[in-house]
Design a protein around this ligand. Structure first.
Ligand code: BGC
Length: 450
C-alpha cells in the first residue's frame, strides 16, 4: 500500500541537542578535563577546542537555521560560571547570553540544560553529587544563572541522564569518578541528583512561574531474548527497573522500588517536579537470564541478529540502534498528562549509512505515538555536528554535519539534507523516503533482528 505523508502538529519542535563539554572547547575546569589529563580517554585524544563553540557557536547555529530547525538544546558549563566556590564569572554568563540571543534572533527555541555530565572540578573533589552539601551547591548555581538568562529562555532541562551519569561513573567506571561495581554509589548519586533537580525546579519556578522545567532521562529498550521465557522476562524487568525507572519513579511518585529505599532515602519532595517529560533514547538490548550475572540483575545483554549497529567505539557498539523505542516510551508517558519531548536520539555513523533510516524510523515512531494520543511536541536529534564523545573521544561521530576537529572543516552529511526536508515540511513524505531511504519505502521496516 502506498505510504501517506505523515504530518506533524503545528509548532512541533524539530531540533538538535548538544552539550557544553562536547562542543565548546577548552573546558579545562571540569571533572572531565581532569579525567582526560589522568589518561582516561580511551583513544588518547584531547577535547581541545572541540567544535569551537565558545568562540563561534553562531556558525553552527546558522547551519541549524539553514536546515529549517526551530529548536536547539545546549548546556551551560557550570565550571565556567562558578570557577571557584561562590565566585561567579560574569563573562561566561555574557557569552551564554550572546548564544541564546543568536538562537532567538533566528527564531529558534533554546532548551537549556543546567547539568550535562560535567561540573567544576572543585565540586567533584568534594564528592560530586554524593557530598552532603551537593544539593545546596547545585541550587546556588541555578539561583545564580537562571535570573540572568530568564529573559532569553523559559525551557529548562535541569539534569541530563542521571542514570547514565551514575551507571558509568559508579558501576562501569568509564566516567569520573571511575568506580566499578559501586551499587551504593549508583543509587545514592541518582537520589541526590533527584533532590538537586527538585531544588532547581522550585528555584526556577520562583523566578519564572511559567517556565517549562524537566529532565532528559535516558530510556533504553530492554526486551527478553526469549519472549516467553519467564526468567528472561524477570531479568528484563530488573534491568528496566534499575536503569530506566529509578529516577522517573522518584519524579513521578516520590517513591522508588522498595529494594532501593534504604539507600535512596526520602524522595517525597521530588514528586511531580516536572512540567514536561523528556527522554533520550538510542538503543535496545535483548536480555537473557544468567544466574552468574547477579551484579547486573541476572541479565546477559545480547543484540538481535541482523540488528542495526552504529559504528563501534573503542569498546564495541552501544547496542542495537532502536529508534522504534520512541513510540513505546512516548505512548507509555502519555498517562502522565504532560507534554513529551524526545530530548535526544541518534547514532554514531561516520559514513551516514544508517542515519537516514533512523530519521525516517524516528519520524514514523513519533507519528504513531501522536496518533495514539501522546502529546509529543518535539524531537532533538543528537547531534548537529560531530563532537567529543566522552571517553570515546572523536571515535564516534554523531553529527548531521561532519567535523574535522583539526581543520574545523564542516561538511553536511546526506542525512542533514533529509532532516532539513522533514523540518521544513513539518512532515515525512514518501518522496523523502524514496530519495534518502529507499529501503524503507511503502511502510517497510528494516528487519531489526529478533
Ligand atoms: C548523552 C550525550 C552523548 C550521546 C551519545 C547521551 O547519552 O547525553 O552526551 O554524546 O548520548 O552517546
Amino acid at each position: 500500500m502506498a505510504e501517506q505523508s505523515l504530518r506533524f502538529p503545528e509548532g512541533f519542535l524539530w531540533g538538535v541537542a548538544s552539550a557544553s563539554h562536547q562542543c565548546e572547547g577548552e573546558t579545562t575546569n571540569n571533572q572531565w578535563y581532569a579525567w582526560q589529563q589522568a589518561g582516561h580517554i580511551k583513544t588518547g585524544e584531547q577535547v581541545g577546542i572541540a567544535c569551537d563553540w565558545w568562540r563561534d557557536a553562531e556558525r553552527d547555529f546558522a547551519s541549524a537555521h539553514d536546515m529549517g530547525l526551530n529548536a536547539l538544546r545546549l548546556s551551560l558549563e557550570w565550571s565556567r560560571i562558578e570557577p571557584r566556590p561562590g565566585e561567579w564569572d560574569d563573562g561566561a554568563i555574557a557569552r551564554y547570553r550572546q548564544m541564546l540571543t543568536a538562537l532567538r534572533a533566528r527564531g529558534m527555541t533554546p532548551l537549556v540544560t543546567l547539568h550535562h555530565f560535567t561540573h567544576p572540578q572543585w565540586f567533584e573533589a568534594r564528592g560530586g553529587f554524593l557530598a552532603d552539601d551537593a544539593v545546596t551547591r547545585f541550587a546556588a548555581y541555578v539561583a545564580q544563572v537562571v535570573p540572568q538568562l530568564s529573559d532569553l529562555c523559559d525551557f529548562w532541562c535541569t539534569i541530563n541522564e542521571p542514570n547514565v551519569y551514575a551507571t558509568f561513573g559508579y558501576t562501569i567506571g568509564d566516567f569520573p569518578p571511575g568506580h566499578t561495581g559501586d551499587l551504593r554509589g549508583v543509587i545514592r548519586a541518582q537520589a541526590q541528583m533527584a533532590r538537586a533537580h527538585a531544588a532547581a525546579y522550585a528555584i526556577i519556578h520562583q523566578i519564572q512561574p511559567n517556565a517549562r522545567v524537566g529532565v532528559a532521562q535516558q530510556l533504553h529498550t530492554f526486551d527478553p531474548a526469549r519472549p516467553r521465557n519467564p526468567l528472561d522476562r524477570l531479568a528484563t524487568r530488573i534491568q528496566t527497573t534499575a536503569f530506566n525507572d529509578f529516577f522517573l519513579d522518584a519524579l513521578i511518585s516520590g517513591q522508588v522500588a522498595p529494594i532501593f529505599r534504604p539507600l535512596a532515602g526520602d524522595l517525597q519532595a521530588v514528586r511531580g517536579t516536572f512540567d514536561y517529560f523528556g527522554f533520550n533514547t538510542y538503543a535496545r538490548d535483548l536480555i537473557r537470564f544468567d544466574p552468574g550475572k547477579w551484579s547486573e540483575g541476572f541479565g546477559h545483554r545480547t543484540t538481535a541478529p541482523g540488528a542495526w549497529l552504529g559504528d563501534p567505539g573503542t569498546g564495541g557498539v552501544y547496542g542495537e540502534i532502536y529508534p522504534q523505542g520512541i513510540e513505546r516510551f512516548a505512548r507509555d508517558a502519555a498517562r502522565l498528562g504532560k507534554p513529551i519531548y524526545v530530548t535526544e536520539n541518534g547514532v554514531a555513523d561516520a559514513t551516514d549509512r544508517l542515519r537516514p533510516l533512523i530519521l525516517v524510523t524516528a519520524a514514523r515512531a513519533m507519528h504513531a505515538a501522536i496518533a495514539a494520543g501522546a502529546d509529543l511536541r518535539g524531537y532533538f536529534h543528537w547531534s548537529l555536528i560531530d563532537n567529543f564523545e566522552w571517553a570515546q573521544g572523536w571515535s564516534m561521530r554523531f553529527g548531521l554535519i561532519a567535523l574535522d576537529p583539526t581543520t574545523q572543516e564542516r561538511t553536511w552529511r546526506r542525512s542533514a539534507h533529509l532532516y532539513a526536508a522533514i523540518a521544513r515540511a513539518n512532515a515525512l513524505t514518501p518522496a523523502m523516503i524514496a530519495e534518502y531511504a529507499p529501503e524503507l519505502m511503502d511502510g517497510t521496516e528494516l528487519a531489526a533482528g529478533g
